[in-house]
Design a protein around this ligand. Structure first.
Ligand code: NDP
Ligand code: ZN
Length: 172
């Protein structure tokens, strides 16, 4: 419990100047908290390591946080999961999108759970509070790409897969 709160405080500090892409520019931290909430309260995931990794999942990718920093504070298990779900930002966007699909099946079980929660939350966000300038086609494209990532994760957690499928079927 204390480590989860420590992770929330850490992520809040790291993301403090960032906003999501929706019209209201919601505080970024809402998103990692939403992942942890889906995992714990909708999918009954109680593994503290997974919940902490979910809270920290975008810190390396989107802030100046390093793997070594996470390792020193939260340990090797958590930091490795976060690294597994971190895109290589040196690559062009199309390559990053393709690599997410290709790598999905090779992720650790814990990383698959975080990835599933991330895709569930992003589909829900695109439906409820989408990036301000996205056309319907762009939303549809995102939904279908997320679906191909999730298809590589199937078998990891039936409850999370069902939540994803429900969001996907509802459409953007
Ligand atoms: P994304 O398409 O990857 O943007 C979505 C990401 O933004 C999410 O994965 C999420 O990532 C984050 N995000 C922040 N706020 C929100 C929100 N409110 N709702 C949902 N997601 C949110 O990135 P880019 O904008 O960089 O576009 C890349 C791709 O988009 C290109 O490869 C191109 O193919 C395609 N594209 C399509 C166009 C079209 O009209 N069809 C036009 C232009 C590009 P996280 O969880 O990591 O924060
Ligand atoms: Zn995310």
């Amino acid at each position: 419990m204390h480590r989860i709160i420590q992770a929330i405080a850490f992520a809040a500090e790291k993301h403090r100047r960032q906003r999501r892409k929706d019209r209201d520019a919601s505080p970024y931290i809402n998103h990692p908290i939403a992942l942890a909430n889906v995992l714990a309260n909708e999918a009954d995931v109680s593994d503290e390591v997974v919940l902490i990794a979910a809270i920290l999942h975008d810190t390396i990718e989107d802030t100046e946080t390093t793997f070594e920093e996470l390792q020193a504070i939260f340990g090797s298990e958590v930091s490795s999961i976060v690294l597994e779900v971190t895109d290589d930002k040196r690559l062009p966007k199309q390559d990053r999108k393709r690599l997410q699909v290709e790598h999905a099946q090779n992720l650790s079980h814990a990383a698959k759970l975080v990835k599933l929660a991330d895709k569930i939350c992003n589909l829900r966000d695109i439906s409820a509070s989408p990036p301000a300038d996205w056309s319907w086609e762009r939303k549809r494209e995102y939904y279908d790409w997320a679906r191909s990532v999730v298809d590589g994760l199937r078998g990891a957690h039936s409850g999370l897969e069902l939540l994803f499928d429900e969001a996907y079927e509802r459409g953007p």
